[in-house]
Each structure stands twice: as C-alpha cells, then as structure tokens.
Design a protein around this ligand. Structure first.
Ligand code: ADP
Ligand code: MG
Length: 268
C-alpha cells in the first residue's frame, strides 16, 4: 500500500548546509513526515543543539531528556533516545538537547570521534524488527564534528538552498568537505539531492537563484521547489510538521512532491 517504491536498504540522508536558516530542519522533518504518510517508516536524528526538529515533531527535549548528545558522547544506545513522534505512526526521532552545544569540544579527544553516530545507528538499525526506510539527520549550521558524524553515518547528502542573496555562498567549501569525507571517512557518501527552499515567484532574485542552482547542480537539484509560505513557518510553533498542521496547503503539497521525487529516484 506504499505510494512510492520503498528502499530495500535504509537510506540515511544527512541534511546539511553550514549556513543557518536555509530550511534544513524544515525540510528534514517535512520530507520525513511526507514519506511516512506515503507508507514508509522514518527516523529523524536531531543533531542541532537548538532542537528545532525535535520541537516540530512534538518530541520533548528539555535538558534531562536522553538525546543524541548521550548517544554521541556517552555511547548510550540510540534506542534509549528514540521517541515516537506525535506527527504520525511510523515516524520516530531522537531529540537533541542543549548539551549538544558543547559536544564538538567533548568529542574532539575521543576515540573514533567521527564514527560514533555511524556505530550507534548501525546497532540500532540491526536491532529493529521492522525496516526503517529513511533516516534523516538534521545537522547544525557548521561543518564541525557533529556534521562530520552525520557524513560518516550517511549514505547521501541533501543540501537545502534558500532562494536568497548569497544562496551559493559556502557551497564550494561544503563540496570540498564532502570530497574529503569520501576520501578519508566514508567512500559511499554522495550528494544526492539539492532542494531549493523559500522560493518567492514574485521576485526576480528567486528566479535567478533557481537558474543558478540548476546550472550548477543539474539533475541533482529536485524539480520540486519549496515556496515561501506562512503555513510552513507557523507549523513548528504548534509542535507540528506542515503536513499535520495544514495538509492541503501549498507548502504541504510541495513537501509531498519533494518526498515523492526523492523516493522515485531511489538511492544514488
Ligand atoms: P535551518 O534548519 O537551515 O536553520 P529552518 O528550517 O529552521 O532552517 O528554517 C529557518 C526559518 O525559516 C524557520 O523559522 C522556518 O520556520 C522558516 N522557514 C523554512 N522554510 C520556510 C518556507 N518554505 N516558508 C516560510 N518559512 C520557512
Ligand atoms: Mg535547523
């Protein structure tokens, strides 16, 4: 009864852009929620100390919550941090807490510091009775050790790009980082998906960014573009994805289309 083909092995998708406010979290939670509504099972890992993905999925993330911090730094099993999202059955998430803000420094001296998430996720997935089709890792706005852990654990990268000034700023550094990760940490990693976000069709600038990104990335950029809408920005204030908050809104439809494209294309 799945609407899209389901992957036979788990697709682990790191949602990365070292710029803040470009739509990483919004895209991670809404694409995951859309895939689950289409019949997949998905897990979101919140690696941003801000905890915005946890909030949008209705997952408590006060300081005492068992979180991705405990998984990365204390080697607590990921299963102990995973909670059921209020968004939909089949969507689970491991929250972050504010402790994660110090994790880059705490991880630095540790053994196999780049591979801690990968090891924890592998153990978690191996122990599941039912398949997890998608894992989305919501990364912080930096290329530090948290994001490196996401790159090491992932099979692919989703890069959201905001239709704004300096849209491609930092992209060269990000692509260089991915190349270094492939050479030294995770040869299987691929930039599979670029997603244009916060598109405003009334502005020349938005249209120029779309052209520029499509020239630069070709088919890696999804055909679907996420519009800038008030409903998308309101939803997290209610602890919801836009798919729960206003399922027939243009923003929800756009995220459903983006999810469908990702599912149809399959793993890189
Ligand atoms: P990041 O995770 O990259 O920092 P977010 O996903 O948190 O970015 O988005 C930044 C802000 O923009 C948030 O307040 C979010 O609600 C808002 N936002 C994201 N996408 C849209 C959109 N398509 N339309 C309107 N607001 C959006
Ligand atoms: Mg974010």
């Amino acid at each position: 009864k799945a609407e899209h083909p389901l992957p036979t092995t788990t697709r682990v998708i790191a949602v990365v852009n070292q710029k803040g406010g470009v739509g990483k979290t919004t895209s991670a939670v809404n694409i995951a929620a859309a895939l689950v509504r289409a019949g997949a099972r998905a897990l979101v890992l919140d690696l941003d100390p801000q905890g915005n993905a946890s909030t949008a999925l209705g997952i408590p993330h006060h300081a005492d919550t068992t979180s991705t911090y405990d998984v990365l730094v204390e080697e607590i099993p990921l299963a102990d941090a995973v909670q059921q999202s209020t968004d939909s059955e089949g969507l689970q998430a491991a929250p972050s807490t504010i402790h994660l803000a110090g994790a880059d420094l705490e991880l630095a001296p540790l053994d196999r510091r780049e591979f801690r998430l990968r090891t924890a996720l592998q153990q978690y997935l191996d122990a599941q009775d039912e398949p997890v089709h998608y894992v989305f890792i919501d990364c912080p706005p930096s290329l530090g050790l948290l994001t490196i852990n996401a790159f090491a654990a992932a099979t692919e990268v989703l890069l959201p790009i905001q239709c704004e000034y300096y849209a491609l700023e930092g992209v060269t550094q990000l692509l260089d980082t991915i190349e270094r990760i492939k050479a030294h940490v995770n040869p299987a990693l691929a930039l599979s998906t670029v997603l244009l976000t916060m598109y405003d069709g009334r502005t020349l600038l938005s249209r120029q960014v779309v052209d520029e990104v499509r020239t630069h990335f070709g088919d890696v950029a999804l055909q679907t573009i996420i519009p800038r809408t008030v409903r998308i920005s309101e939803a997290p204030g209610f602890g919801q994805t836009v798919l729960a908050y206003d399922p027939n809104s243009p923003g929800a439809l756009a995220y459903r289309e983006a999810a469908a494209e990702i599912a149809q294309r399959g793993a890189p």
